[in-house]
Write a protein that binds this ligand. Structure first.
Ligand code: G6P
Length: 757
């Protein structure tokens, strides 16, 4: 009904406007006709009596003139007639001739209207009606004799106009009614058709979820259906798990055993989860600042297996065996860390060069120009090959489950596929995927896409990035896209493209180990020298230009400018782990951040008070969690971010249900964490208002928001993220095994039975 009203109301308004326009037009035209008609009638009436009139006038026979005028004015619409001499003096008139229209007035008007002695006419009000005045000139051989003035009653014109308007209104009302009925009927019928079609397709989808041939359907239903399919398959997998509720390490292990029985799990990620360093002669283990590691480590702890990574720590070689392996976590080993050694030149080209000066800025809309060098790409290709060798060395059988992580390894999936054709390769891209136009900047775009399409499943955080990837394939590769199944078939092998929003472990081990919130607050306040009634905001990041750290500090400055009540009271602590420091853009960022912090501190600092505390060093998770728990707010201001796990960690840290998350709209996390205060980090007015609102937020509202956020993150935790990928991979593997057992070729839908994966 609402939809019908939405169409009908504007339609009626439109018809009303047309009716009004038409009535104005009709009125205008009718008036012109009446005017012409009346003037013609006057001329005709005078011309019949012209000879007699002219003679009588020439002779000055007033009585005869009056009599002839009486003849001329016999028409019922004529109110009166008068004969006037050339100077505008009355010669004679009929008895009812209206007084206001004396000869002088008519002559003045006629002279103004025409240079030559021709008939002229005009309209004028007369009492409650209007009259039409016509002056018809008279002349004989001797010269001009004056003119005859005729006054026509025009009240009938108004009556006609009224009637015409009424008629038009009725006509348009009938048209509007007919249009409304037609629209309603059309909407009804097409709605019925649509819902019948939708029901048919949904039924078919429900009865054959998974890889069977999808029912044929209209194009416009396809996006809706792929969502329904995803939901159905998710529900089905929850059901087949035999349990609903929270995902946990145990449930993940269970899902792996159930869906991928006997499989070994090999993870490939450039960044290692434990970095061995030697400081002051003492061997130490560092946990790197990396969202990828934060998310993945608990998963691998749960599944066991092998994590292959670049051995980047100065003391890494000291602790491995002769195969470059070490069991981790160091205090309670659960899986194997296999280190790959890279030369300085390889690291330069592959990691700093192509990965972080090329792909990283290419994929993030953060206004840093990507740099592409042929040498870097060659090093990238070689490094990917080196990791492919390591995968083959670590694999105990022909069909391992390989989890390839992030933009450092775009070429790796195809390299593995070529050497282990039966492997199940799940690739996850932890950063955004750009739109296809932007992706076109990369000179090796097609090779990158082909490399990634060696995967069985390719995951992104959000659907928008899946769509961007599909568009890129569409634009730069000769491959078959199945938008309904969200897959790409290249060389007979299918890759599913899916959104799997990443998360953190729950309960988060660092939160579980941290002291209670009041103790953390006490300790952090003491470290920062803050008064007990001070207000504290925190930012926790790698020092990276995608994180919007400059914009964040500027928002703090704007807050202090606009809201003086926070001056001297609000401190913002930015924990910034130095990152990729050999790259000039990162060095520049470091300088800029320092400069902004210095300026704001100079402007608003007083005595011991510094509004911004910049802590530029690596902080281990216990310190980070202490700051999360001590803070009144946490501001995540990324300019563009695949997900951003700092936001989720802050939520996990706040078991006291206090503190406010201020979150950039340009993070994947903002799509999930709607109870945060969402801001555009470029808009300093909005951001500073959100900071002020966070600082003034009543405890009850903080609790309500934080409780909702915690419920979400606990449910959509990282075990679920990994579990869903593994279940999908298990289903694919089962399908391939079934199709592999069938001896007659059965590929009813091209690509459906796909190659091995
Ligand atoms: C991002 C990337 C990760 C990377 C992390 C830290 O989160 O997606 O792959 O590990 O940044 O960067 P780094 O260069 O120190 O590994």
């Amino acid at each position: 009904m609402r939809a019908v009203l939405k169409v009908l109301v504007p339609l009626m308004l439109l018809l009303g406007a047309i009716a009004w326009g038409a009535s104005v037009l009709v009125e205008h035209t009718a008036r012109r006709w009446f005017d012409r008609d009346t003037r013609m009638r006057a001329e005709l009436a005078v011309s019949g009596a012209r000879d007699g009139l002219e003679r009588a006038l020439r002779k000055g026979e007033r009585a005869r003139v009056r009599r002839i005028l009486g003849e001329v004015a016999r028409d019922e619409r004529v109110l009166g007639a008068a004969a006037c001499d050339p100077e505008g003096a009355l010669v004679a008139s009929t008895s009812e001739y209206p007084e206001p229209f004396d000869c002088g007035r008519i002559r003045a008007h006629a002279a103004a209207g025409a240079a030559a002695p021709v008939t002229s006419a005009f309209e004028a009000p007369y009492g409650e009606t209007r009259v039409h005045l016509t002056a018809v000139p008279l002349a004989d051989e001797e010269g001009p004799l004056g003119f005859v003035a005729l006054v026509h009653d025009m009240s009938w014109v108004a009556t006609r106009e009224e009637q015409t308007r009424g008629f038009l209104a009725v006509a348009f009302a009938i048209v509007a009614l007919a249009a409304a009925v037609a629209t309603t009927l059309a909407a009804r019928f097409s709605w019925r058709g649509w819902s019948a079609e939708l029901q048919r397709v949904l039924r078919a989808t429900w009865l054959m979820p998974g890889p069977s041939a999808p029912p044929r359907t209209r194009r416009e239903f396809q996006p809706l259906l792929s969502d329904v399919r995803a939901l159905v398959s998710e529900l089905a997998s929850e059901q087949s798990e035999g349990r609903a509720g929270l995902w946990s390490p145990a449930r993940l292990r269970d899902a792996l055993a159930r869906h991928l029985p006997g499989s070994e799990v090999i993870v490939v990620a450039n960044r290692e989860p434990y970095i061995h360093e030697r400081r002051d002669g003492v061997l130490r283990v560092q946990h790197p600042a990396s969202g990828l590691v934060t998310a993945l480590e608990p998963v691998v702890q749960a599944t066991g297996g092998t994590w292959i990574a670049h051995g980047s720590g100065a003391a890494d070689r000291e602790v491995v065996d002769r195969h470059a392996r070490v069991r981790v976590p160091p205090d309670d080993p659960a899986y194997t860390l296999r280190r790959v050694w890279l030369t300085a030149a390889e690291e330069e080209g592959y990691y700093y060069g192509f990965s972080n000066e090329g792909l990283w800025p290419l994929c993030h809309v953060a206004h840093t120009r990507p740099t592409f060098r042929g040498g870097d790409f060659a090093a990238y290709r070689d490094a990917n090959r080196k990791f492919a060798d390591a995968v083959c060395e670590e694999a105990n059988g022909p069909d391992p489950v390989v989890l390839v992580q992030d933009y450092h390894f775009a070429l790796l999936p195809r390299m593995i596929r070529e050497r282990l054709p039966r492997a199940t390769i799940i690739t996850f891209w932890h950063i955004p995927w750009p739109n296809s136009e932007r992706f076109g900047i990369c000179p090796w775009g097609p090779e990158i896409l082909e490399g990634m399409l060696g995967s069985s499943i390719l995951g992104f955080h959000v659907q928008a990035h899946c769509n961007n990837f599909l568009d890129s394939v569409d634009r730069y590769l000769e491959a078959r896209l199945d938008r309904e199944r969200q897959s790409v078939v290249l060389g007979g092998q299918e890759t599913l493209i899916r959104a799997y929003p990443i998360s953190i472990d729950w309960p988060t081990r660092w939160a579980a180990d941290a002291p209670a919130a009041p103790l953390c607050r006490e300790r952090v306040f003491a470290d920062l020298g803050l008064a007990p009634d001070a207000l504290l905001g925190v930012g926790i990041d790698r020092l990276d230009y995608t994180k919007g750290i400059e914009e964040r500090l500027l928002a703090v400055e704007r807050l202090l400018e606009r809201f003086p009540q926070f001056r001297g009271r609000f401190t913002f602590a930015q924990l910034a782990a130095p990152s990729r420091t050999r790259i000039p853009r990162y060095q520049e960022l470091n300088r800029n951040v320092e400069e902004v912090a210095r300026r704001v501190n100079e402007r608003f600092g007083e005595g011991d008070y510094r509004p911004i505390v910049l802590l530029r060093e690596h902080h281990e998770p216990p310190t980070v969690f202490r700051y999360y728990r001590a803070a009144d707010l946490c501001y995540v201001s990324s300019l563009h971010d695949g997900m951003n796990l700092v936001a989720k960690e802050f939520v996990a840290a706040r078991d006291d249900e206090a503190g406010v998350l201020v979150l950039s709209r340009f993070t994947g996390a903002s799509r999930e964490l709607g109870e945060a205060l969402l801001v555009n980090p470029y808009d300093l007015e909005e951001a500073s208002s959100a900071l002020a609102a966070a600082l003034a937020m009543p405890r009850e509202e903080q609790r309500e928001r934080m409780r909702a956020l915690r419920t979400f993150v606990s449910e959509f935790n990282v075990y679920r993220w990994a579990g869903r990928m593994l279940v999908d991979a298990g289903r694919l593997r089962k399908r391939d095994r079934v199709s592999g057992r069938i001896t007659v070729p059965f590929r009813t839908v091209p690509g459906e039975a796909g190659g091995r994966r």
